[in-house]
Structure formats: C-alpha cells, structure tokens
Design a protein around this ligand. Sequence first.
Ligand code: OGA
Ligand code: ZN
Ligand code: ZN
Length: 463
Amino acid sequence: MTEMALQTARHLLVRLGHRSWLNARLAQARSLAAIPAPPLPSCLNMHARTLSSAKDIGQRENMEMSQPHPKLPTITVASVSPNPSTAMLHVYWGEGGMDEFPYVWLRDNCQCSKCFHPTAFSRLMLVDTLQLSVSPTTLQVTDGGDVEIQWSDGHQSTYPACWLQERSFKPTQQLQHEQVFRLKRSFWGSELAENLPRASFTELMEEDMALLKFLQQLEILGFTVVTEAPRKIGQLESLSKRVGYLDRTHYGETFIVESKPQPSNVAYTSDSINLHSDLTYNYQKPSIQLLHCIKQFPGKGGDNMLSDSLQAAQRFRSLHPDKFLTLANTMVEFWDKGKDNEKEFHIINRHPIISLDPTDDILTVNFHHMSRHSFFNVSVEKVIPWYDAMLTLYDFLLDSKNCLHYKLKEGEILVVDNMRVLHGRIGYKTIQGERLLEGGYWDWTNVSSMRRILDAKLGVTYD
Ligand code: OGA
Ligand code: ZN
Ligand code: ZN
C-alpha cells in the first residue's frame, strides 16, 4: 500500500471517529519530524487496503465508527481448493484474488486452544507432532467466510479469513509486516543538524503520545535529543522506567562521563574521541546509548559528532566493494581492561568492523579505533589492505553526507542507536570536572517492544 493510500485511509478513519484526536496529533507530529505513518490496525489494514478508489472512500465518509457499519467490507473467503502437487491450499477471497498457504504452515499455526496458548501467545503443539506430509481430508468455508480444515492427523482447525489474509505470503503483505518489525529507516547527513529530532523530557514522562513519537524517531533516524531534563543525576533512571530497563554493563547501571584522574575509559578524559560504537569489545554491544549532559564545557570543544554508519557503509560498499568485503570478512579483536565499580575486567571479543546478516544486509558497524586490540589475528599480508579499507571507511563515516556535529546543552539527553549511529567527541582543555554527563544503555528488545505497545494503545494494533 502506498504512503498516500495509507494517509487517505487514516484520514478516513479519523473521519469515522477512530481515536480522532490521537491520530490527528500523530499526523501533526509526523509532519513535523517527517515520520511516515505506521501501519493501521491489522484488520483495519484489511479494510484500508480495499479503499483504493476515490469512489470507495466517498461511499464511506459518513459512517459512524461506534457501530460496525454493514457496508464496511469484511474479509471473507469465497472458496478454497487443495493443491496436492504443491501441498498448498488455494484460498480465493470474497473481494477477489487468491493466496496460497502451505499445508504444513497451516497445521503448524492452528490457533485452537490445544495448539496455541491465548495468553502466553505461544504454540502449545509440540514440534514432534508436526508432520511435513500433513494434508487436509475435509475443507469447508463457514457461513462467516472463514476456513475449516479437517487434517490427516485427525485434528480440526478453523482459520478466520482476516487472520489468514494478514499472513499472506505475497510480497505486499510481507512488506506491511516489516513496519511492525521495524520502522523504515530514513538516512541523514549534516543537514539534519538544522532540524534535530527532539523530545521534551517532561512530555516523555507524562504523555504516551510524546513517548511514541520519540520511539518512532529513534527507530527511523537512529538518534534523538531529549530536551529540558533536570540537570542532575538520576534522570536516565526515571526515563528508563518509561521505556523498559537500563542495560547494566561493567561500567555500572549508569556511569559518570567526566575528566577523571586514572580514567578506566578513554571517555573519562577531556581528549578527542573518534567516531565509535560503544562497547564493541562486549560479546554483544548494548544497542542504545544515552548521554545526559548535566554540565557542558563552556569553552571551545566538548561537541559530539554523530554519523549514520549504515548509510556511510552502504556508500562505501557501492564505491569500494573489495574494501567493504575486507572489513566484513576480517575478524578484529576489541578489548577492555581495567577496573570500575570496584571490579576488575579483562574483556576480549572478536567482531568484523562491518557485520552482515545472512542476506548480506549490513547489521551494524563495529567501529571503535580506541578499543581495537594491538593483537591482530590475521596472516601478515592481510594487515596493510585491512588498514587501507578501515581508513577509507572512516573517511565515509566523517563525510558530511553521513555525519553531523552538535554540542549538547545542559539538560539535554542524547539517545543514540548504538547499532547504527556512531558518536564521537571533540576534545576540550580542562584539568578536571568542568563537563559532566551521565551515561547509560538500553536494549532495542525493550525499546521497540514499547513502540509496538504504544502503537496498539494509541490506536495502531498489531498481532
Ligand atoms: C562515551 C562517550 C562522549 C562524550 O561515554 O561513550 O563517547 O561526549 N562520550 O563525552
Ligand atoms: Zn489446533
Ligand atoms: Zn562512546
């Protein structure tokens, strides 16, 4: 479904009285931050997808949402036919069109209370009872347009038409689910410094709509600046309670970033730090970083750089495919040694600078020049080409097409997707203590979960 059609459908739902004030505010927030609308509620999506013509939309403009209107199209199955040669069921929709569903997938996903737990949202049927060769013995479309199947293993299942259509294997439907999984990213460069994504601390603490917009921004742009937080320690803890949990590391649940004597981390100096992703030496680095600026250095320096490393790595890949592969295929050792929180640590882990997923998409850029170990576990002839590739990538990371500078104001909290956006610092001249940040981490597990929960609570539901 196109963005325009989604907007039109959303507009229609607003007209229908579907949580109109919330949707209007979301639309307003989105136009301010150039954020695309998330998908509509699943079953409403089904309706929305049918609103393809102006005539259709005109017909429904006067409907009341409070009572289901008989004219609102419901998803129905018109007929089904088995296809033994492909082991798939052909489902013909009341509204036209056909989808194929593999028998084994249908049996695996029976939603009856014996096969699926309704409050644990989890399969109950054990995997060893699933037969690859399972097939329907009797098929029926109910009066309501749902599908009933009697299976060769003796079980009986009913599949609501709407449930089935949402799970269509067609690319259009699969694409729609992508937005439930993860909002589509929007890449940026230095121009975004003029129009930084921002969120008010007070609003985040009090309003779910503000929290949702903030979480959407973080997913789409990879960072946000929270404004006007109280200038004292403890605000990350409060904000974290709205979102999920702080992610504890060997630096503590939160940590103080300031110039300290005998620092346990290079961030605890006033020196410049290159663009980096935090804690690349961990087995799994934390996925979101928070830096609350409590005291900023008043003189020159103390600014942060932010780089959209996924965009930079994509550009690097298209212009230097061989160097890209060098960085994707070479494991690099990262380490962290020292003592903090009264505990010693000696951490070593290996990651490539560019991590790819099995489909060759870029998962994350593990760049941390400061924490790269001097031990390099490669054959010697690979060393210089690797440095060549790494230094070329750094030029892309620093390029203004992918990178911006911003000096945090006191009371602002920088929230950064540590899987995507690298951060760095311009050094400042101080002996000790003139700049103070509180840092912490979150995990995308909880953060994107909260985005889906708020989507549902505020009128956008998924299942
Ligand atoms: C950090 C860090 C940057 C700063 O603590 O990980 O990179 O601005 N700090 O001090
Ligand atoms: Zn069942
Ligand atoms: Zn850092």
